[in-house]
Design a protein around this ligand. Structure first.
Ligand SMILES: Cc1ncc(C[n+]2csc(CCOP(=O)(O)OP(=O)(O)O)c2C)c(N)n1
Ligand SMILES: [Mg+2]
Length: 359
């Protein structure tokens, strides 16, 4: 996913992203991913309200930060321990709209868990995406463990985890950052600060204005970045990944994002957020901001935009129809694969432990 093919990059200073080694093709790829993740997410809400899927926990407002940061990682090589809002992150790392919808519908062929995980708990072994943990923040320990393994094995891999600012107050985070810093592990911690933990505002969750300030307590860089600025997120992550691969240890990146929806489909945020506040947060949305940037730079032409819009509608329609038509899991298998179990190679579970290992 590192987007630095020099043959594709424009001459320096020629255009947007050139200073970051991003070609027009990269910029369009990033924009496509932000827009696609948004469209998949919007469709999920419609399906929920129509009674087709039981529960939605949304990434809307987080996509720019997720795509910007993840773009700096090497797909198929590095590892991510995502959280429930990480739709755009998981898609950037290789999950398709069909994969996301299969999880939403909890179908037998859902690559996240064969329909066993809670909705929104994405994971995909094929793409080095760990399954989401329901107890918030525990995933940081898993990611740091992966980073430790990468260091011991000398693989050059970097591990990323993400979570909200509320979750970042859990004790696991202290233990993980301290350990990762001491051992200079190739680890990046992304805090997607959307200002709320369900209905609790950030000022009542975090004792400092920026979670990134806490990085100083571990002797690691702490960077605050505008989550509405995809390229700024990419730049911050690129620096952190370079640092990690060079053996210089972890970085904490805090992206100030927005939450465009309620906490979940079971929450109504107008009960605790004013109209003014909601309108102001919409003004910080990465999607229209990035679109404007690409239009102004001449990268997103009218023709490209029209084709992209049509392509995204087709992908979302296809994913919905595909997942809707897939078979549900066989109820007699409900208790299988909950705990460790050897699965014979000839009857692999639907999400692909086909080589007989637990991976
Ligand atoms: C250990 C634990 N405590 C509480 C919960 C319930 N819970 C789920 S999401 C959430 C809010 C998390 O807020 P934040 O970390 O800011 O992430 P956001 O949802 O805002 O993206 C809470 C309290 C949980 N899943 N795990
Ligand atoms: Mg939050």
């Amino acid at each position: 996913m590192t987007a630095t093919d020099p043959t594709k990059a424009k001459a320096p200073a020629a255009g947007l992203g050139a200073d970051l080694g991003l070609s027009d093709e990269d910029l369009l790829g990033m924009y496509r991913m932000v827009a696609l993740a948004r469209a998949v997410d919007e469709r999920m809400w419609i399906l929920n309200r129509a009674g087709r899927i039981p529960f939605v926990i949304s990434g809307q407002g987080h996509e720019g930060a997720q795509v910007g940061v993840t773009w700096a990682f090497q797909r198929g090589h590095d590892w991510i321990a995502p959280f429930y809002r990480s739709i755009a992150m998981c898609m950037t790392f290789g999950m398709t709209a069909r994969d996301i919808m299969l999880a939403q519908y909890a179908k037998a062929s859902d690559p996240s868990s064969g329909g066993r995980q809670m909705p929104g708990h994405y994971g995909d072994r094929r793409h080095n995406l760990l399954s989401v943990s329901s107890p918030v923040a525990t995933q940081i320990l898993h990611a740091v463990g992966i980073a430790l393994a990468a260091k011991i094995r000398g693989t050059g891999q970097v591990a990323l985890t993400a979570m909200g600012e509320g979750s970042s107050n859990q004790g696991d985070v202290h233990e993980a950052l301290n350990f990762a810093a001491i051992h200079r592990l190739p680890f990046i911690f992304l805090v997607e600060n959307n200002g709320y933990a369900i209905s609790v505002p950030a000022a009542m969750e975090v004792s400092v204005p920026d979670v990134a300030m806490r990085a100083a307590g571990y002797g690691i860089p702490g960077v605050v970045v505008d989550g509405g600025d995809v390229l700024a997120c990419y730049a911050a992550a690129r620096t952190a990944v370079e640092r990690a691969r060079a053996g210089d240890g972890p970085t904490l990146i805090e992206a100030k994002v927005i939450r465009l929806t309620g906490h979940s489909s079971d929450d109504q945020q107008t009960k605790y957020r004013s109209d003014e506040e909601l309108a102001a947060s919409k003004g910080r949305d990465a999607l229209p901001h990035f679109r404007d940037q690409l239009r102004a730079a001449g990268v997103l032409t009218e023709a490209i935009e029209a084709a992209l819009t049509a392509e995204i509608v087709a992908i979302v329609d296809d994913a919905t129809e595909f997942a809707e038509a897939e078979p549900d899991p066989d109820p007699s298998t409900a208790m299988r694969w909950v705990y460790a179990e050897d699965w014979p190679a000839e009857t692999p579970p639907p999400w692909g432990f086909g080589d007989g290992s637990h991976g």
